[in-house]
Write a protein that binds this ligand. Structure first.
Ligand code: PLP
Length: 373
């Protein structure tokens, strides 16, 4: 048996017919950029995110950059963020010319909001927080809101992994001034290519985001900002809306039931399962487990021999990436010990929504049969 981290061919079996219809419809329409398909998708995504505005973009990185610009983060300013995420989170900060500052993570690997509060209290020059709902776990939205209000911070939420995740019923993306998400194929709502979106409840920021994705135009040939070209194609919008979005809720339920099985059935004492606190209704973009760092390679090899693919999210902390050496200025505001533990000991198990029950059983058996050396 082979268990993949993602099974795009199996996915095509489910969505292919509808996706082909969408392709046919958009092709025949003769309209390929920023038309009715993107508008319809944005409309539906508003209810998915319980947000007033969704502005579709070419990818998640651009959506993050646009979100930072919409809250007026300027070159040279500090942005406090997490060292443990996709590199794109910090890349967005550097693309607006701002200076990333890193704070340690909590026991689940998510940015530690209490440490953020301490750091921001001590450093009033920090005005912006870029948080990530990592692994699909919702951060504590009540804590995030009190942080925002108490310290008057601007908050951008990286929701690339957290579509439909909630904290005590509150969706991710609902506390920040702006949020960004990604429809990269591996994400919980994955397109057949690159795509992303900016999410906001603020009318002015939504207009700004729409302009920024389209050369900074506020109306045709009127350029009020130095914008990007980050338009979402009609074809991708159509496929996302017709062929993929209708599965999101069932696929999320499946991820949750797989996670519940792993949490219940994995009982290898050498494998620890960090679980999000109960108010966090995770959408389990990933299922992280922790080993002792010396044993990680043995664990991964054992699973590979059993035909189970794994991932590591993420093996190198963002501040240790060579790209930031050349960037010049970034700082760690605390030690990054817990983030470092994740980087050295995390392994992600397969949790994509098209896993068969026997495959989940097989993963559990493989994990439980591993003997730590
Ligand atoms: C995938 C991802 C991004 C980047 O999205 P792209 O669409 O690949 O540009 C940003 N942040 C996080 C946390 C991600 O998982």
């Amino acid at each position: 048996m082979k268990v993949e981290m993602n099974d795009f061919r199996r996915c095509w079996d489910v969505i292919g017919r509808k996706a082909s219809d969408s392709f046919q419809r958009v092709g025949a329409s003769g309209w390929y950029i920023l038309g009715a398909e993107v508008e319809q998708l944005e409309l539906q995504l508003r209810s998915v995110w319980s947000a007033k505005h969704v502005v579709a973009t070419g990818n998640g990185l651009d959506a993050l950059e646009i979100a930072l610009r919409c809250v007026n983060v300027r070159a040279g300013e500090f942005v406090l963020t997490t060292p443990l995420s996709a590199f794109a989170t910090t890349l967005a900060v550097t693309r607006v010319g701002a200076i990333p500052l890193f704070v340690d993570v909590d026991g689940q690997g998510l940015i530690d909001l209490d440490q953020c509060r301490d750091v921001c209290r001590r450093n009033p020059a920090i005005r912006t927080l870029l948080v990530v709902h990592l692994y699909g776990h919702a951060l504590d939205m009540d804590n995030l809101r009190s942080l925002r209000d108490e310290l008057e911070l601007r908050i951008v939420e990286d929701c690339a992994q957290s579509i439909l995740a909630t904290w005590d019923g509150q969706p991710t993306g609902s506390v920040g001034d702006c949020a960004a998400t990604s429809f990269y194929p591996t994400k919980n709502l994955g397109a057949l290519g690159d795509a992303g979106a900016v999410i906001t409840n603020h009318d002015g920021r939504a207009d700004h985001a729409s302009a920024l994705r389209h050369y900074g135009q506020s109306s045709t040939y009127r350029h009020d900002w130095i914008g990007l070209n980050s338009r979402l194609d009609e074809i991708h919008a159509a496929i996302l809306r017709d062929a993929i979005l209708p599965h999101l809720s069932a696929w999320t339920a499946k991820r949750r039931s797989t996670a519940a099985r792993y949490l219940e059935e994995i009982d290898n004492p050498s494998v620890s399962l960090p679980r999000p606190p109960s108010p966090s209704q995770s959408v389990w973009h990933l299922f992280p487990v922790l080993l002792s760092p010396d044993n990680r390679r043995s664990f991964v090899q054992h699973l590979a021999l059993a035909g189970v693919a794994t991932g590591i999210h993420y093996p190198r902390l963002i501040p240790s990436q060579r790209a930031l050496e050349g960037y010049g200025r970034w700082y760690a505001t605390t030690d990054l010990l817990r983030a470092d533990v994740f980087a050295r000991s995390e392994v992600s198990l397969p949790i994509h929504p098209l896993l068969h029950d026997e495959e989940i059983t097989h993963v559990v058996a493989a994990v439980n049969s591993w003997n730590a050396p």
